[in-house]
Design a protein around this ligand. Sequence first.
Ligand SMILES: NC(=O)c1ccc[n+]([C@@H]2O[C@H](COP(=O)([O-])OP(=O)(O)OC[C@H]3O[C@@H](n4cnc5c(N)ncnc54)[C@H](OP(=O)(O)O)[C@@H]3O)[C@@H](O)[C@H]2O)c1
Length: 347
Amino acid sequence: MRKVVLVTGANSGIGLALCERLLSHDTEGLHLCLACRNVQRAQAARSDLLASHPAAQVDLLQMDTSSVSSVLSAAQDVKVRYDRLDYLYLNAGIMLNPEFDVKAFFKGLFSSNVITMFATGEGILTQKDGVTTDGLQQVFATNLFGHFLLVRELEPVLCHEGRTSQLVWTSSSNAHRSAFNPEDIQHRTGTQPYSSSKYATDLLSLAFNQHYNKQGLYSSVICPGFVMTNLTYGILPSFPAILWTLLMPVFWLIRVFTNTFTLTPYNGSEALIWLFRQKPESLDPYAKYHSLTSGLGNNYTQPHKMNITLESSESLYKKLLQLESDMKKKLAEKEKEAQPADPSVKT
Ligand SMILES: NC(=O)c1ccc[n+]([C@@H]2O[C@H](COP(=O)([O-])OP(=O)(O)OC[C@H]3O[C@@H](n4cnc5c(N)ncnc54)[C@H](OP(=O)(O)O)[C@@H]3O)[C@@H](O)[C@H]2O)c1
């Protein structure tokens, strides 16, 4: 029986590279499901994958992780289609309206923090968040809450006696505790929603391990390193493509000093593929698995302890459960209101 693997944000960047590598690893043994918000882009990705792996089984699933109703209906679809889900890669992510702080960059360039700044982007990026039609902060909804709901809804296909399954989150080394406020988990008030959502991802992964390991479900987080994708190009949208190309030799040079400059989606997906090959029981729930590329271009994966505690992870988990219940109630009320009035009922 083929193992079923679902990847969110599978139509570009790291997600697409992961799909390509999974199929190269095992074309016949996998059933891949690309979960994407845009059907046309998803179809194009599927065609590309099938062009290089004609025998592969690749399905599409329309899902917008920022929308509660879209996630719920996609999850329903998955439960109808598959009776097992072996790997769930929670990879879709956005960084909205990033602003590059040139002053902080030059300050950092001449400080002892320069390598950390390049490796994690700490202190040089701020963003302006949006609000979804559900009334949630957009980055929180897309990167974290939609995925949380998805996992919760897919519990029946993820948890099976006598079999393990894996959640793998694409987090970031930009996940900083200082950006996350436990009293404002959506990051309504700050200027670092991306960093906050990724720190919350790290906390949530630990909580899922606490609550689901007994049922055979394991969760891990990775950092892909600094990768040139649509997300990174969006940091400097006015920067012409040619300048990025011209900068590549500089980036390769930086890679000699920091192995976090993985640069290509293929390299960035290294830890995702590495986790695919591991026994989930052997993984450390407090570790983030980093994709790294050496100065000579060799890829490898290395675990780093995360700056998280069980207490804060449990506190976030409770808040997410509460939000899940509130959002479902709100959705049910909306659906009720949208139903035409029963003419037989006299008012
Ligand atoms: N690139 C880096 O250096 C870097 C570093 C650390 C972490 N990451 C993380 O890596 C992951 C993949 O990003 P990437 O760098 O590969 O960028 P990317 O090429 O922009 O990929 C992001 C993927 O997420 C999808 N997505 C965005 N919003 C969505 C939504 N509401 N519903 C469903 N799908 C949605 C995008 O779909 P569309 O094509 O429709 O937009 C795309 O497929 C993200 O979680 C990102 O935070 C990246």
